[in-house]
Ligand binder design. Structure first.
Ligand code: SF4
Length: 119
């Protein structure tokens, strides 16, 4: 049996959860203020994911950089590989927030999208 404290980040309350788990599943949680913590803590232990945010250079427009992010959380172990991929990407043409900058990054099925405009 493993146990530890994990902060739930589903909402700004940021409950500090006491969790117990074995090799296969979450066994119990304590000090959660709502039911949303169970799924979050289980994923955080067995399948942690993160949203990746960074900037990439632009080809045209007033702004030399646009901010980008993964459209959905991606497996945490891929975060550095995705950052390496984005380190050599340049946004083509004028960019608007929401535009896809890289489709299906590293075969995850998740797109990298712009979160700012180039102009
Ligand atoms: S347990 Fe519920 S109230 Fe607490 S941080 Fe998670 S979502 Fe928010």
């Amino acid at each position: 049996m493993n146990e530890g404290n994990i902060v739930c980040t589903v909402c700004p309350t940021s409950c500090l959860i006491d969790a117990k788990w074995d090799e296969k599943e979450l066994i119990s949680i304590d000090r959660a203020q709502c039911k949303l913590a169970w799924g979050y803590i289980s994923d955080e232990i067995f399948d942690p994911k993160r949203v990746v945010t960074t900037t990439v250079p632009t080809e045209t427009g007033k702004n030399p950089l646009v901010s980008v992010k993964t459209a959905e959380p991606v497996p945490k172990h891929l975060v550095l590989d995705i950052m390496d991929t984005l380190a050599v990407v340049q946004a083509k043409g004028l960019v608007n927030a929401g535009d896809v900058i890289v489709a299906d990054v590293l075969g995850t099925g998740v797109n990298i999208i712009a979160t700012s405009n180039s102009d």
